[in-house]
Design a protein around this ligand. Structure first.
Ligand SMILES: [Zn+2]
Length: 179
């Protein structure tokens, strides 16, 4: 009986990465892909790759955060300009449009917590569409705040790319049980 117990335990080893019990004959942990039978170098490069993925996610999260701030700024600007056109110029139709878009930006900023990619991409599309509409209606508007427009568009492009990247890396990290 004792011998049988030994036999059973000797067939399993504990994965150093995720503590799963894995059959000692396999090369990789079937739960997290850690090279259980690999050399120290293999194990180190596995850990390094996870470390660098985590850093990439952190960088991506910074860019996502910048976009979120921009979306809040846009919501604020539209809110203020809505009030100005409404009460200073009696243009209530424009006021309502501005306030609605401002609200939409607020919703997108909140949604970016859950789905940064979808929220930032949507906000970006709305932003560019509004610039285009304004340009068609009044070409001169393109040049007002042009520097900010360029900065915001740059941040949006980075944000969309980072959100996509972070999403993919998080899936990989999930697979390696490293979250
Ligand atoms: Zn494992």
């Amino acid at each position: 009986m004792e011998q049988q117990d030994n036999l059973i335990t000797s067939e399993f080893i504990t994965c150093e990465n995720c503590n799963a019990q894995v059959v000692s004959t396999v090369k990789f942990c079937n739960s997290c892909s850690f090279p259980v039978a690999g050399s120290e170098d293999d194990k180190r490069s596995f850990r390094l790759s996870i470390g660098s993925k985590k850093r990439q996610v952190k960088d991506a999260e910074e860019k996502i955060k910048t976009c979120k701030t921009i979306i809040y700024i846009l919501a604020g600007l539209l809110f203020i300009s809505g009030l100005v056109v409404g009460f200073a110029q009696d243009d209530y139709a424009s006021m309502i449009v501005n306030l609605c878009i401002s609200l939409l930006y607020l919703i997108l900023a909140a949604w970016s917590e859950k789905n940064p990619f979808g929220a930032i991409l949507t906000a970006f599309i709305i932003y560019v569409t509004l610039i285009l509409i304004n340009f068609i209606v009044e070409p001169a508007t393109l040049f007002s705040g042009l520097l900010f427009k360029i900065l915001f568009i740059g941040a949006f492009v980075k944000g969309v790319r980072s959100a996509k990247e972070a999403k993919d890396i998080l899936v990989e990290l999930e697979k390696t049980k490293s979250l």
